[in-house]
Design a protein around this ligand. Structure first.
Ligand SMILES: Cc1cc2nc3c(=O)[nH]c(=O)nc-3n(C[C@H](O)[C@H](O)[C@H](O)COP(=O)(O)OP(=O)(O)OC[C@H]3O[C@@H](n4cnc5c(N)ncnc54)[C@H](O)[C@@H]3O)c2cc1C
Length: 502
């Protein structure tokens, strides 16, 4: 890193500037660190600049009653290859854990009810199973059944989840099934979320099927996989995690990347120089400058937009990207992790937890029985059950203004109302995620296309992270791969890689 003047005051690259890097990566979350790891064999100097004192962004492990549990993302989708693939490349495949249970519930209409197995993100594929679950009223089930007799929908461009799913299956299915499932992913509202962007596989399947239930069925495995003798086989687990928590992944990526990784290195400004980019890093009082041939921006949409807006004077396309990034809003939430004595529950815990529809007006939107879902956690303290409560959806900021003790008490009260709990937790931890999840609102795919087109017009720039093609970890890693490939292509075309070899 160079103590030096802003780019207007110099050529931007002098012989005295020893802090140059081939690739600067702004943001040390899973996307930025994956990009660094994916560049490890390119023979380039790579520098990751993380603004906070801690690597990992939304991945973090914390200790509750002696158990190390994830306080951010806790489950990795195993059916996409990017997450498990990078873990295997890190040599950590042996640390992948299998869930102890996959059944989940929905707390609605007076009790926790089993989540139908034959559903795709809450869109039911089997109306008899839906009726038996009691999640939707008999009237709601009758409305949902009309999906199979209605003519095919003719959507006029992107629509909200409420418009598309509600139009086919009725609003009760949206409110009591789809909203809680999507709420678990985006903490957003179905009337704002884009059908195409949040349910892309279903949107694609819906082109082949008049009925949305049939489209959902086409995406599900057969009702029960059977072995050669006809015995039912458990389907392969949808989710996995790491023994020490997904919060361990960032440090492993950083260590294996071979990159220079700095924390407490907030990038405040990005400017185009004659031959590359200059990053202004650190406080206004003591700024540092880093010159880079190429830059990967791996921060959420809001800071990405700010950085790109600042570069628009010399590269107007970045201003267009900034405008589109500014349209992406974020939902805040908190994770309240509670540890109870194992015998505190009215009934022994079963299943992995439950979701709570927003229409039911509870503070808690999802509850994970962490030590049931991930049995390996029980080894750390067999005397407790760890329960993770998720609080806060888009527009519910008031509840998040409560102090930690209040929020923990609120979550414990909801838990007790749902499943019956005797006594208080023996330990609690509240982790706040301000602006934690981007909202893929109607028009998201077009917005991302605008961002990508504008970034492509800025030489040596790439973007990655949760704001674009999916918020889950595998999707973030996929964007990191794309960004790494784009930067390598650019550097190769400029002949920079030869100059900047380590
Ligand atoms: C509570 C919660 C639970 C989740 N659960 C799951 C789950 O179970 N499974 C799953 O797959 N996904 C889950 N997700 C989503 C997933 O964790 C995130 O989408 C993903 O981790 C985002 O990674 P990222 O690298 O894009 O961004 P981030 O993790 O946000 O990382 C960006 C980094 O950039 C840094 N930064 C910002 N501005 C600057 C700047 N100017 N200069 C330098 N650094 C900067 C930030 O400090 C941050 O560390 C969850 C998310 C949340 C909030």
């Amino acid at each position: 890193m160079t103590q030096g003047p802003p780019p207007g005051a110099s050529s931007g690259r002098g012989a005295e500037q020893t802090g140059r890097t081939a690739v600067a990566i702004i943001g040390g979350g899973v996307a930025g660190l994956s990009a660094a790891f994916l560049l490890r064999d390119a023979g380039l100097t790579v520098t990751v600049l993380e603004g906070s004192p801690r690597l990992g962004g939304k991945l973090a492990v914390s200790e509750v009653a002696g158990v190390s549990v994830d306080a951010g993302a806790e489950a990795l989708l195993a059916r996409r290859p990017e997450g498990t693939g990078i873990i295997a490349d890190l040599g950590l495949a042996g640390e992948l854990e299998v869930p102890g249970t996959t059944s989940a519930g929905i707390w609605t209409r007076g009790r926790v009810r089993p989540l139908p197995r034959r559903q795709f993100m809450g869109v039911p594929a089997d109306f008899d199973e839906l009726a038996a679950s009691g999640i939707v009223s008999p009237r709601g089930v009758a409305r949902a059944r009309q999906d199979r007799s209605r003519p095919a929908s003719e959507p006029g461009g992107d629509e909200s989840v409420t418009t598309r799913v509600g139009g086919r299956l009725g609003i009760e299915v949206v409110d009591r099934l789809v909203e809680p499932l999507l709420g678990g992913v985006y903490a957003g509202r179905c009337e704002d979320l884009s059908f195409e962007a949040t349910l892309p596989a279903l949107a694609k399947a819906a082109h082949q099927h008049a009925s949305l239930a049939d489209a959902a069925a086409s995406l599900l495995p057969p009702p029960a996989d059977r072995d050669a003798d006809g015995a039912a086989q458990p389907a392969s687990p949808v989710f996995t995690t790491l023994t020490g928590g997904l919060g361990g992944l960032p440090a492993a990526l950083a260590a294996a990347s071979g990159a220079v990784v700095r924390t407490s290195a907030m990038v405040r400004e990005l400017t185009r120089t004659v031959v590359g980019w200059r990053l202004t890093v650190g406080s206004a009082d003591a700024p540092e400058w880093l010159d880079a041939d190429a830059v990967i921006i791996a921060v959420p949409a809001t800071p990405a937009g700010r950085l790109l807006a600042g570069a628009a004077g010399r590269v107007p396309a970045t201003g267009q990207a900034a405008a589109a990034l500014g349209e992406i809003t974020y939902a805040s939430m908190a994770i309240v992790t509670l540890a109870f004595p194992v015998h505190a529950f009215a009934e022994p815990l079963t299943g992995s937890g439950f979701l709570v529809p927003a229409v039911d007006g509870r503070a808690v939107k999802a509850v994970t029985f962490s030590t049931m879902k991930w049995p390996h956690l029980r080894r750390e303290n067999p005397a407790v059950q760890v329960v993770r409560c998720s609080v806060g959806r888009l527009g519910e900021d008031a509840v998040l203004q409560r102090d930690d003790a209040d929020l923990a008490a609120l979550a414990a009260a909801d838990l007790s109302a749902a499943i019956g709990v005797r006594g208080s937790p023996v330990d609690a931890r509240v982790t706040r995620w301000g602006g934690g999840l981007p909202q893929y609102s109607v028009g998201h795919l077009h917005r991302v296309a605008r961002i990508r087109a504008a970034i492509a017009a800025a030489p040596g720039l790439a973007i990655c992270g949760a704001a674009y093609d999916g918020v889950g970890i595998p999707a973030c890693i996929a964007t990191a791969r794309l960004a790494a490939d784009q930067v390598l292509g650019y550097l190769g075309s400029q002949g920079v890689s030869a100059r900047a070899r380590r």
